[in-house]
Design a protein. Sequence first.
Length: 82
Amino acid sequence: MAARTGAEETALGYEQARDELIEVVRRLEAGGTTLEESLALWERGEELAKVCRHWLEGARARLDASLAAERAEEGEDSPGVE
C-alpha cells in the first residue's frame, strides 16, 4: 500500500476516501494478512478516516453557515416586536 502525501490526501474526495476505507476495513476483518500488512492497513484506515472527518466537518460548517444566514434573513424580513 503506497503512502500518499498531504496534497494527495486533500485531493481525495469524500466518496473516494469512504470507499477506500470500506475496503481497508473489509481486508482487516477478513484476516489473512501479516502483522506488518495489518499495521499498514490500519494506518491507511486512520488517514482515510481523517479525510472523511475533514470533509464532513466542512459540510457541517457550510450547513451551519447557510442556516445562520437564512435565520438572519428571516429576522430582517420580520417586523420587530415592540
